[in-house]
Design a protein around this ligand. Structure first.
Ligand SMILES: Cc1cc2nc3c(=O)[nH]c(=O)nc-3n(C[C@H](O)[C@H](O)[C@H](O)COP(=O)(O)OP(=O)(O)OC[C@H]3O[C@@H](n4cnc5c(N)ncnc54)[C@H](O)[C@@H]3O)c2cc1C
Length: 435
């Protein structure tokens, strides 16, 4: 029997080292740079590159990767504990080399890229010399990928891509895009699309605009509305077999979803720590907010939700390590994904409330973190689709009741019990009669 909630001592030291780096170096960097993903920004590079070197030296670089790709191969559970430490920071994941969407895009390239594509893009991506973009959602269809219409046409020794994509995060920083496009419109619905690597400097790519999100300044948009105008790429830039785009997409989504959740654990924890500090600091009557029972209820509810969510994330990470198969943990990952926006939204809402007007101001990060809950409810699939996935997996193994009433119907259970225990009940009756 092995079952435990302890981190081994050596790794705990690593986590403490990471936490120290976050508090002393990464948090200050977050105050002065806008986009940790922008590898072309010299200020960002001057601040972030030396920290990345420290992380490499400590052997905590790219912990999501196995040794064959230059990571330590620690597995998902250890990664979860590390991501908790980084979760409330903007540049932490970049400093530790495990940032989305590059981590998921790297996984796709590692699985499906030709040796040439890997040499050109995968290695520099892992080293964070370049950034990447995942371009799948379209303006007219996100949740339902069978509504996608961006086409890739086979044209001799090239593919020619035309169409529009929406919310292609980090397109403006990227050296290449991974694009899903319809190659076989008449095939069965899930065999119509294929996945491609599109170098960012290919003629015909137009970034219509970088859509901004609430909580950021207008010119900070990083989610691109992209138009592909007859973008011609070499034939070998297809990832996986023709028509297998959906299967290829799954390679990145399992990991991507759980990695966001790991970081969200950290964000929730930080919000609770802010609540605790505020409750103890803010005077209320003769005491502080911490003395008010309704405030205590806010703190307690937040902590309970945090712990429930954290355990779900850690257990899912543990299962991924154990089974080494995302398909067998599909319900767990969807459960984590569906739980994530709710806990983040609940806890940040309480933290904002507890900080009063300061809470909703731009002078604290809580408003931004709260709106992250909306991001988390959409990115990598809307919450409702994940709720449906959880239910679908559970219902797979469920059977209908054999009769008119449920198997737990008390009348039927009582009758069955009386039949089953008839002899013993009769002897017991005899004993009662003898008394
Ligand atoms: C921060 C962020 C980053 C993103 N980054 C990327 C990226 O890098 N690349 C990329 O390709 N995309 C990206 N996306 C897009 C994301 O994948 C989509 O937002 C998501 O798939 C939902 O699609 P949609 O926005 O078109 O919403 P819609 O599909 O229009 O859905 C809207 C709502 O309708 C409801 N709904 C839809 N379908 C169902 C259903 N079957 N059952 C019940 N309810 C349903 C849900 O409430 C859902 O939220 C990102 C999104 C966000 C928020």
């Amino acid at each position: 029997m092995t079952w435990g909630f302890e981190t081994d001592a050596a790794y705990q030291e690593d986590l403490e080292w990471a936490d120290e780096l976050v508090r002393t170096e990464i948090e200050p960097v977050d105050q002065v740079i806008e986009h940790a993903w922008d590898v072309t920004d010299p200020v960002r590079n001057a601040l972030i590159r030396p920290l990345q070197a420290k992380v490499r030296e400590r052997r905590l670089w790219a912990c999501h990767l196995g040794p064959e790709l230059g990571g330590p191969g620690y597995g998902q559970l250890k990664l979860a504990l590390l991501n908790e430490v980084l979760g409330h920071t903007h540049s932490g994941p970049v400093v530790f080399g495990n940032q989305a969407p590059d981590s998921g895009n790297g996984e796709i390239l590692a699985h499906y890229g030709t040796p040439e594509l890997k040499e050109r893009y995968l290695q520099p991506l892992i080293e964070n010399e370049i950034a990447s973009c995942y371009s799948m959602t379209e303006p007219q269809g996100g949740s339902d990928p069978t509504a996608f219409v961006t086409r890739a046409v086979d044209d001799g020794d090239s593919w020619v891509i035309s169409g529009e994509k929406w919310f292609s995060s980090h397109a403006r920083f990227s050296a290449f895009f991974i694009v899903m496009a319809v190659t076989d419109p008449d095939a069965p619905r899930h065999k119509r699309a294929s996945m491609f690597v599109v170098p960012a400097d290919t003629p015909g790519i137009e970034i219509v605009r970088n859509v901004g999100v609430h909580g950021h300044e207008e010119d900070e948009g990083t989610h691109a509305y992209v138009r592909y105008h007859d973008v011609r790429i070499p034939k070998d830039h297809i990832l996986g077999a023709r028509g297998e785009g959906f299967a290829v997409a799954q390679t990145r989504l399992g990991g991507g979803r759980i990695h966001h959740a790991m970081r969200t654990v950290g964000l929730v924890r930080e919000s609770i720590d802010m609540m605790l500090e505020r409750a103890k600091s803010r005077k209320s009557g003769t005491g502080t907010l911490a003395d008010r029972q309704l405030v205590q209820a806010m703190i307690a509810d937040s902590w309970i939700e945090y712990q429930q969510f954290r355990l779900l994330v850690l257990q899912t990470a543990w299962k991924i390590d154990k089974y080494q198969d995302y398909k067998s943990v599909i319900a767990d990952i969807s459960a984590v994904k569906a739980a994530m926006p709710k806990v983040l939204s609940n806890v940040t809402a309480r933290a904002i409330q507890l900080h009063g007007s300061l809470g909703i101001s731009k002078e604290l990060p809580l408003g931004t973190w709260s709106s992250e809950a909306h991001h988390m409810a959409l990115a990598d699939g809307a919450t409702e689709l994940h709720q449906m996935q959880v239910a679908k997996q559970l219902l797979k193994n469920a059977e209908p009741a054999p009769g008119l009433f449920p198997t737990r119907h008390k009348i039927a259970l009582r009758e069955a019990a009386e039949r089953h225990l008839a002899d013993r009940l009769a002897s017991a009756d005899d004993l009662v009669g003898a008394e």
